[in-house]
Design a protein around this ligand. Structure first.
Ligand SMILES: Cc1cc2nc3c(=O)[nH]c(=O)nc-3n(C[C@H](O)[C@H](O)[C@H](O)COP(=O)(O)OP(=O)(O)OC[C@H]3O[C@@H](n4cnc5c(N)ncnc54)[C@H](O)[C@@H]3O)c2cc1C
Length: 273
């Protein structure tokens, strides 16, 4: 239930050049029941409020972890830069409908840039550690520079522990020494969806159909191609996509997924700015 909360800052740590991890311990009420993906609306200055996704799992409901990018430099950023252990804060929550729904029959893909990772970290921890979900979960994570990255050790640990979870990190503006993936998340999504949907197999079959073949073989190939197309449309229904970050990224990923035939009903997004 949505309520007014009073909390105390238990810790506030600068975890990279621009991101703070702030842990709030709830005072009144002492616990918040929320769904993975929800956010709180904090009073950051007199008459000034900002929204922040809860980055910790709902399994932990007496403390909330918030990850804030302070680059915008406005009242919200200033509030988190200045916060120190022992400070009191007040917020409204839990808010929002961008929440994780477990569905063991479908694959879940999460696409985040920057602090858009926060609600997904909550969702992924909750799905794997609390629900013990067996569904395939893949996170596509985009940052600009190496120094923007955060929560990578935690994600690597989850990847090691759970065979159904993996993540793909890519940097849009890496330094020359970067040896990992580079470019936008859609590049890696494209590759994976191509594999998932058997695009290579389909185009091979189509190519063979064009070639000179005897009648029987042609019939068999046609059957195989039709079967593959049927399987694909099932797979497209069996995929839930969650997107979080800035509006421009959300729009482009959304368009990209729809062009790949993913139903808009299976795409969920949360805009931070
Ligand atoms: C539902 C929801 C959840 C959110 N969760 C988080 C979260 O978990 N962590 C987080 O850091 N932010 C989150 N935000 C964004 C946050 O509410 C603030 O907008 C942000 O902290 C900037 O506030 P400010 O007062 O410092 O700057 P403002 O003075 O309000 O904003 C200055 C400008 O910066 C833009 N801006 C805001 N955020 C960013 C950004 N990350 N990168 C580039 N430009 C930006 C704004 O659109 C505005 O034009 C969330 C927003 C929403 C709506």
């Amino acid at each position: 239930m949505v309520a007014n909360y009073r909390a105390v800052v238990e810790s506030n740590e600068k975890i990279n050049a621009k991101i703070y991890k702030t842990v709030f311990r709830l005072i009144e009420p002492v616990l918040m029941e929320f769904k993975a993906g929800q956010f709180i609306n904090i009073l950051v200055a007199p008459n000034t409020r900002r929204s922040y996704s809860i980055g910790s799992s709902p399994a932990q409901n007496t403390k909330l972890d918030i990850y804030t990018d302070v680059t915008p430099g406005g009242p919200g950023s200033k509030f988190f830069e200045a916060a120190k252990a022992g400070d009191e804060a007040s917020f409204i929550g839990p808010l929002g409908l961008f929440v994780y729904e477990d569905n063991e029959n479908s694959k879940a893909i999460f696409i985040a840039t920057g602090t858009g990772l926060a609600p997904f970290y909550s969702m992924i921890c909750y799905a794997l550690e609390t629900l013990k979900s067996k569904r395939e979960i893949k996170l596509y994570l985009g940052f600009r520079y190496e120094e923007d990255c955060f929560l990578l050790d935690e994600l690597e640990m989850l990847e090691e522990k759970y065979s159904n979870f993996s993540f793909c990190l890519t940097l849009s503006k890496p330094s020359d020494s970067w040896r990992g993936n580079s470019g936008y998340v859609t590049k890696y999504l494209e590759q994976d969806l191509k594999e998932d949907l058997g695009e290579d197999l389909k185009s091979g079959l189509k190519q063979n159909l064009k070639d000179e073949l005897d009648q029987d073989l042609r019939q068999n190939l046609k059957k195989e191609l039709n079967q593959q197309i049927k399987q694909d449309s099932k797979k497209k229904e069996l995929l839930d996509a969650y997107i979080c970050g800035g509006q421009a990224m959300i729009t482009s990923v959304n368009e990209f997924l729809i062009n790949k035939g993913i139903s808009p009903d299976n795409i969920y997004s949360e805009k931070f700015f």
